[in-house]
Ligand binder design. Structure first.
Ligand code: HEC
Ligand code: HEC
Ligand code: HEC
Ligand code: HEC
Ligand code: HEC
Length: 203
């Protein structure tokens, strides 16, 4: 049997091994930015906005609301004015639209919770993908079937590069629901590979 002091030494070394393992796991976790791996992340939004109703049932195109995807690196969430184009008359008294009306009257934006987010040191460009005829669904899933938006893919470097090396395996070509106007010549050509040099995504 161990003496009391040996026993303490063993316990102490077990504890320090556990601490080291925890630091190791922690730094791995932080190097790989936490928001990146969050497949299934589905935050509660301030307004019960439903993509499956608006894009799915009503067939409103993605670019009607996400206006900048074709022209800018960043996609934006629509301002309240876009909602009020319809909701000044449609369901105008609905309690579910209370916050939307308040936002409109007080001229304060709705505090939507961001779902997809890359760490600051990685650069993503929407318009480059969209104008190449790559459908939103390749990266966000079929949003028009989602009630509440869910992160569908791990936004890791490996995920970006898998598709850049083998686009045919991962890309869904642009569908009409997006409302994106892709040059037909682009859609009839085979996909180009994406860049793999560090500086295109880190600069
Ligand atoms: C009527 C306006 C409207 C339409 C149409 C619409 N969206 Fe949205 N979208 C929003 C709003 C508002 C949000 C922010 C609230 C939320 O996440 O549900 C949003 C959020 C998103 C997000 C999550 C953004 C984040 O925070 O990471 C994605 C991805 C998205 N939309 C993709 C699409 C796609 C793809 C389509 C077309 C199939 C589409 N949207 C159609 C209004 C719209
Ligand atoms: C092109 C018209 C149009 C736009 C733009 C639009 N909506 Fe709607 N929305 C509708 C219609 C139509 C319904 C009712 C659908 C139904 O009941 O089947 C609806 C329903 C809703 C509901 C549910 C209301 C209830 O009482 O059930 C909410 C919440 C909502 N919309 C939020 C928004 C928000 C937020 C935006 C802006 C990001 C927006 N809508 C933009 C047409 C629109
Ligand atoms: C090749 C993959 C890819 C495609 C295709 C793509 N997205 Fe994204 N999207 C992303 C990534 C990655 C992010 C996170 C970007 C960041 O944090 O810088 C994102 C973020 C977003 C956001 C949140 C932006 C914000 O600032 O709140 C919206 C909205 C969005 N995408 C809508 C769309 C729509 C609409 C389409 C199609 C017209 C689309 N995306 C096509 C990968 C993609
Ligand atoms: C196609 C885009 C792309 C290219 C090319 C790319 N990266 Fe990244 N990189 C990312 C994204 C997105 C992240 C953040 C997500 C993550 O941590 O996986 C990232 C994260 C990283 C990280 C953080 C640590 C980690 O978790 O992996 C390092 C270090 C890194 N990249 C180095 C490089 C180097 C070196 C190259 C060139 C050999 C390179 N990257 C090329 C997109 C890219
Ligand atoms: C579903 C496939 C797919 C995914 C996922 C994807 N890409 Fe791409 N990406 C492409 C293709 C294909 C191209 C080349 C488009 C062209 O120019 O024809 C491209 C081009 C780019 C460019 C344009 C570079 C330039 O020439 O300006 C950047 C930057 C980029 N991707 C970054 C990313 C990052 C960062 C991620 C991950 C967060 C990512 N991509 C995920 C398919 C993808």
């Amino acid at each position: 049997m161990f003496t009391a002091s040996q026993d303490r030494t063993i316990k102490r070394s077990i504890v320090s091994i556990l601490i080291l393992a925890a630091i190791g796991a922690g730094s791995f976790y932080f190097l790989r930015h936490p928001s990146v791996m969050d497949v299934g992340y589905r935050p509660q939004q301030p307004v019960p906005f439903d993509h499956s109703v608006h894009a799915g049932n009503l067939g409103i195109s993605c670019v009607y609301c996400h206006t900048s995807v074709e022209t800018s690196p960043h996609s934006t969430v629509p301002p309240t004015q876009t909602c009020m184009n319809c909701h000044v008359s449609v369901k105008r008294d609905s309690p579910r639209l209370q916050l939307v009306r308040e936002s409109y009257e007080n001229n304060t934006p709705i505090q939507w919770v961001r779902v997809h987010r890359l760490p600051d040191y990685a650069f993503f460009n929407h318009s480059r993908h969209i104008t190449a005829g790559i459908d939103c669904a390749s990266c966000h899933g079929e949003v028009e079937k989602q009630g509440v938006i869910v992160q569908k893919k791990p936004l890791t470097m490996g995920w970006c590069l898998d598709c850049h090396r083998n686009p045919d395996e991962y890309v869904i070509r642009t569908r009409p629901i997006t409302g994106v106007d892709v040059d037909p010549a682009v859609l009839s050509r085979p996909l180009r590979k994406g860049p793999q040099n560090c500086s295109t995504c880190h600069h």
